[in-house]
Design a binder for this molecule. Structure first.
Ligand code: CMP
Length: 147
């Protein structure tokens, strides 16, 4: 294998996105996944589920001391969500750029949140903000699921 090909492989990383209950209810799963696939990311895992309260608390444990934690857990458990592990070059940062700002009304046009909503808790999609978050969140999300 050539040096360039090796460099390309080592630049690849994984991240997790979760289409939130508002995104699923509004029929945006296909459109959101299409954007990531069109960009060149590979879907390594894909799973739809409704999070239990304890699963949601583990998933969002980094926010457990925040005043909005209760609302966050209630919302994310309010219906089915779709989680995907995406793999590709600089995935964590690139996917976060495609997702856009947390406050959807401030998110830039062309980003997922910028194009599909005005919410804060209901901001269509979650994406891991670091490799460490990816490891923790995907363990909480996928748990015992195989593959
Ligand atoms: P997400 O990327 O899933 O990470 C944590 C979530 O908390 C965030 O998106 C928002 O949906 C939600 N949230 C609710 N209230 C706030 C707030 N005041 N500040 C930041 N995030 C908030």
């Amino acid at each position: 294998m050539g040096e360039e090909a090796l460099k390309e492989m080592s630049a690849s990383e994984d991240t997790l996105v979760v289409v939130k209950p508002d995104g699923v209810r509004r029929g945006l799963v296909g459109e959101i996944l299409r954007r990531f696939e069109s960009k060149g990311f590979v879907i390594k895992k894909l799973h739809m589920l409704t999070m239990s309260r304890s699963q949601a608390e583990e998933f969002y444990s980094v926010h457990s001391a925040k005043p909005f934690f209760g609302e966050l857990v209630s919302f994310i458990t309010s219906g089915p969500v779709v989680g995907a592990v995406l793999s590709g070059r600089d995935a964590v940062a690139t996917v976060r750029r495609m997702v856009g700002a947390t406050k959807s009304w401030e998110a830039a046009a062309g980003t997922i949140r910028g194009d599909f909503g005005l919410g804060l808790t209901d901001n269509c999609i979650h994406a891991s903000d670091s490799a460490e978050s990816f490891t923790k969140e995907s363990a909480a999300f996928f748990g015992q699921t195989r593959g």
